[in-house]
Write a protein that binds this ligand. Sequence first.
Ligand code: SIN
Length: 485
Amino acid sequence: MDKLNDKSLLKQHSYINGKWHSGDAKFDVINPATDEVLTQVTNAGVAEAELAVKAAKDALKAWSGKSANERAVLLRNWFNLLMQHQDDLGRILTLEQGKPLAEAKGEIAYGASFIEWFAEEGKRVYGDTIPAPSSDKRIIVIKQPVGVVASITPWNFPNAMIARKAAAALAAGCTFVGRPATQTPLSALAMAELAERAGIPAGVFNIVIGEDAKGIGKVLTQHPDVAKFTFTGSTNVGKQLIAQGATSVKKVSMELGGNAPFIVFNDADIDAAVEGAVLSKYRNAGQTCVCTNRILVQQRVAKEFTEKFTAAVAKLMTGNGLDDSVFIGPMISSSAVDNVDKLVQDSIKAGAKLELGGARVQVVDGNFYRPTILSQVTNDMPIAANEIFGPVSPIISFETEQDAINIANDTEYGLAAYFYARDIGTIWRVAEGLDYGMVGINEGLISNAAAPFGGVKQSGSGREGSKYGLDDYLEIKYLCMGGLN
Ligand code: SIN
């Protein structure tokens, strides 16, 4: 942290109503690459969450009353500041989350791109006029901000998951209370510091950080002044939060777990597929909801793909993300490493063949797992049936196009899927046959601000990013004007 150019980006307290709330109770923020304590952050709780909701409610009238253009100017200021401080923000992110510095800086640009994009899209919240069934009436539809938005976001994208939600909320005219993960609070607090410098008024963007996940979660999902709740995280936690929100019929959007298939057909460009699979699997040490979770390869090319993929993965450097040569950083915690290793070892016992890796990295402190490849996997093995959230690739081979679709869809999840093929008929049949919210076709990286991110089945509801993402923060109001004859 002493290498930050702007040391005032390092904040240690919740940001509520434009003020930093210090307190005696603290928790440690740990660097997962070294297990060292980076700093301590004030442990906020239920009282601070309630204060933040009140601040957001109080700020709502003035913020929603601004023109979309006025809000866009402030959002654009925020975007500019995030990009000006990309190096420092990237360093903070690497230190608390672990991903390599280049990837962390990429996340800052990715997060900021949502703010830039929604600043503009907020100007295009169009309504509608509808021909009325009788001549003395007119039907008009307007869209209005839902109100106070509360969010809970995970540690794997400490900047971008907040930005993706807050950008749409603020552009739509809503105010925002976010509870980031306690493993990675510093990126969120730096965003709050820059939101303030950008001129975003007190109460519009609030960050509450505390270890009482249940207590804070209850306020955010049940408070009568919260109109909408949005969550990114595991399917199990998402289900609990939906149930909590049901008591006051909150509008919810959920970006939950995934079990992404990555399908390689016989006619695929194998080198391109290898490159796509490496990026889609090993980005963020395999800790993203859209990471490839299962690689399905058609029999004729299975050997060639496995050999080329194994050779490419064997070259990836694992280590501290501050080291320029590193491609795979640490996992978030020691227990995360243990969980992944258990999936690997149980699957080997069930008949999978270890092609690469398959163990913790023992030579350094921190929470590192060797990039791992298993072949001869079947879809019922633990490594294929569960969301791995680590740097492990299970390879399943299949015979026909329909087999691939069946195996790919044989999961409760439906977030992202990928496939590589050249035949145009295969491309359309498979794209339409996959039960997923997002499909990468000859492409392993699909996330961007202009596209609708979200899943089907137990991977969630609602979309983030894109013109569809704004709708999640807007209510439709129907105006019926009568007595016109
Ligand atoms: C996630 O893992 O939830 C987000 C990944 C992305 O935005 O690409």
